[in-house]
Design a protein around this ligand. Structure first.
Ligand code: GAR
Length: 210
């Protein structure tokens, strides 16, 4: 179980709006020790610098394989004292050694209601498939992609005129609320993993369809 206000590493690849939500919402239940990106041009790195948070770039192209990349990411996070990883728009898949390095302590946010639409194009795929609802999933990471125990989910309705941009914008509004709530609960030691199930110490309810 994590200590109070555990230091976390936030991993990003792009804009970093979820990172911004974590920065803005921080309430003493977690501390962002470092922001790590696989891309040195990730705009989210600027958000970290603006907030005075250390940054680390681990370029995907500098490593021969996924395992080498994964070890470098974990070493960087550990070097800044991180006890957990939060994947906030991190578009690389970490190898199995990350699970060993941070057991039950890697959290990912995904823009769909898993197990529907895993992968990198979840918003577009939900639209193409014609589902009426999609949403947001926050889950612990295991050895399979977008598969680990689900911590929280919130549905988002798909409107008749939605395109990927409008739908993703509404999904992100939900993400920016849900991810800090989950990371805070994790920081307070309130999440317990039991097989595929994650038990919250405080009861939590969906806010309904947005
Ligand atoms: C978020 O919507 C996140 O759910 C998604 O990338 C976006 C990053 O936005 N992640 C995935 O698709 C992972 N498969 P951000 O950089 O503005 O936080």
């Amino acid at each position: 179980m994590p200590l109070a206000a555990p230091p976390i590493a936030v991993l990003i690849s792009g804009t970093g709006s979820n990172l911004q939500a974590l920065i803005d919402t921080t309430d003493g239940d977690y501390r962002i020790a470092v922001v790590i990106s696989d891309r040195e041009d990730a705009p989210g790195l600027g958000r970290a610098r603006q907030a005075g948070i250390p940054t680390s770039v681990v370029p995907w192209s500098s490593y021969e394989d996924r395992d080498g990349f994964t070890d470098a990411v974990c070493e960087s996070a550990r070097g800044f004292g991180a006890e957990a990883l939060v994947l906030a728009g991190f578009m690389r898949i970490l190898g199995p050694s990350a699970i060993g390095a941070f057991p039950d302590a890697i959290i990912n946010i995904h823009p769909a209601l898993l197990p529907a639409f895993p992968g990198a194009h979840a918003v577009e795929q939900a639209l193409e498939h014609g589902v009426r609802y999609t949403g947001v999933t926050v889950h612990f990471v295991d050895e399979q992609v977008d598969h680990g125990p689900i911590i929280a989910q919130e549905p988002v309705v798909i409107l008749p005129d939605d395109d990927a941009g409008s739908l993703h914008a509404r999904i992100q509004t939900v993400e920016h609320e849900l991810l800090p709530r989950v990371v805070s609960a994790f920081g307070r030691g309130e999440l317990a993993v039991d097989g595929r199930h994650v038990r919250w110490k405080q009861p939590t309810h969906s806010k309904g369809v947005r």
